[in-house]
Design a protein around this ligand. Structure first.
Ligand SMILES: NC(=O)c1ccc[n+]([C@@H]2O[C@H](COP(=O)([O-])OP(=O)(O)OC[C@H]3O[C@@H](n4cnc5c(N)ncnc54)[C@H](O)[C@@H]3O)[C@@H](O)[C@H]2O)c1
Length: 440
């Protein structure tokens, strides 16, 4: 990621960009509906940096603050086309109705458009997602054959939709917890394991492998291991493909990475952070399985430890107790409730408590992330960037990094990194916020 094309060599965002979504559930259908509503002028794409955020260039006195989308060449919303895979055969309209994120008055006007998006048969195995099953699945003798079918889907989709470029986003269910295995070490051992139907090869890895082989940037919106293994990292750099993950940063972790940097900046201590959630959507049902929950738990627990650095500040954070619970509670549907009880301490060790009750809409927070990841990964590809795109950590709960590099979780540092990367891509000066020049 240290090499990139000079600004005048960035390939323009001309033609159609196909967004291939793995999973056509709550997040994907909310994303598609929101893009279509924005295209029709029915809504603003709220929450999307690519559509709504500005970027400051040069000095504060220069008054150069274009919109990001006017500063770097991004695909236009009108040029997006959508494809998906899902074991459940419902089209995007039917699925959106079942998921229940959007009200009928918002989704019904889009029925004709959304009904045209039918999921392609999925590579799905209930061993990796326990609480789900569906008939719209591929069959083949080996995992290698299944992945080759995905490659064929990618090519057919590109051709039949007249796409110039593609990106793929995993917005499918959370798979069971897996740690890196010896077969994940090299591309050779990985591909051999695909032939051998090795259990260490999860469906999400087959999608990632197929995408990278086809030169399609890939983002992982769930906490699964997926492309965070040496075999797929080396394939991505060999093929020059941009990748990123893991797990969209929404809800409680978003709040955690907003609040914790503030407490640390003021050198306030933390003795405990207890987080609990109730949610009743399909994601919640899948996460009711302890093996899928473990994958999510690992992803959610990391942020605080990295932000607070207890090893560096043992007096403030050395004894902190951090717990995360997710409870499946059907009546709540997609409208999750997340409670946080935060025990902090200050001067002379006096304790204080902060309570957060976040009546959150998960998919409403996730949809703009899908849009931004799709557009920024497409920009990465046209700017000649490949491998892990750490500048997109802003969007992830458990940011993927180069091996041996700790992830940056502080949302403000992530935001700064994202904007400085855009300046770097476009050949503009970095902003350091030093500011002494204003006082000369
Ligand atoms: N909603 C959020 O805010 C949020 C935040 C962070 C991460 N995520 C993650 O994003 C993912 C999607 O969330 P959601 O709320 O849309 O869930 P969902 O259950 O509504 O949708 C997931 C869809 O993926 C499908 N699926 C499962 N395995 C598949 C496979 N192998 N191939 C193709 N499709 C498959 C399911 O049938 C389902 O329709 C989950 O992993 C979730 O943990 C969601």
């Amino acid at each position: 990621m240290t090499e990139h094309r000079s600004p005048d060599q960035i390939v323009p965002a001309e033609g159609k960009l196909g967004v291939l979504l793995v999973g056509l559930g709550a997040v994907s259908t909310t994303f598609i509906a929101g893009v279509e509503a924005a295209r029709r002028g029915l809504n603003q794409p709220i929450g999307s940096l690519t559509q709504m955020n500005t970027i400051r260039l040069g000095k504060r006195t220069d008054e150069r603050t274009p919109l990001i989308k006017d500063f770097v060449p991004l695909a236009d919303l009108d040029d997006l086309v959508f494809g998906a895979w899902d074991p459940i055969p419902d089209n995007a309209y039917q699925s959106a109705k079942v998921c229940g994120v959007l009200r009928a008055e918002d989704i019904d006007p889009l029925e004709e458009f959304m009904s045209t998006i039918d999921p392609m048969p999925a590579v799905f195995d209930p061993h990796y997602v326990k609480k789900l099953d569906g008939p719209n699945v591929k069959t083949a003798g080996t995992k290698r054959d299944l992945a080759d079918q995905l490659r064929q889907d990618i090519r057919s989709f590109k051709e039949s939709n007249g796409c110039d470029r593609l990106v793929m986003v995993w917005a499918a269910s959370t798979e069971i917890f897996m740690s890196p295995q010896p077969v994940h070490a090299t591309l050779e051992s990985f591909e051999q394991a695909m032939e051998n139907n090795d259990e260490a090869i999860a469906p999400s890895m087959l999608y990632a492998w197929a995408a990278i082989q086809e030169g399609v940037p890939f983002a992982n919106g769930a906490p699964n291991l997926t492309c965070d293994i040496p075999a797929l990292l080396s394939l991505a750099s060999e093929k020059g493909v941009a990748i990123g993950g893991k797990d969209f940063k929404t809800g409680q972790t978003l709040m955690k990475t907003i609040l914790a940097p503030g407490l640390k900046a003021r050198m306030l201590g933390l003795s405990g952070w207890f987080s609990t959630n109730i949610l009743g959507n399909r994601d919640g049902e899948v996460l009711d399985d302890p093996e899928s929950f473990k994958t999510k738990e690992e992803s959610k627990l990391g942020a605080l430890e990295y932000i607070l650095q207890p090893e560096m500040y043992p007096d403030l954070y050395g004894d902190m107790y951090h717990k995360v619970r997710i409870n499946y509670y059907p009546p709540r549907g997609d409208n999750k409730e997340g409670w946080d009880n935060i025990d902090i301490f200050g001067w002379m060790g006096y304790g204080m408590q902060i309570k957060i009750d976040f009546l959150c809409r998960d998919s409403i927070l996730a949809a703009p992330i899908v849009l931004d990841l799709a557009l920024f990964l497409d920009l990465s590809a046209r700017a000649g960037l490949s491998g892990v795109q750490e500048w997109l950590s802003f969007y992830f709960k458990a940011p993927q990094t180069a091996p041996d590099l700790y992830p940056e979780h502080d949302i403000f540092i992530q935001h700064w990194k994202l904007k400085n990367t855009l300046r770097w891509i476009a050949g503009e000066e970095q902003i350091t916020h030093l500011g002494v020049e204003y006082y000369d």
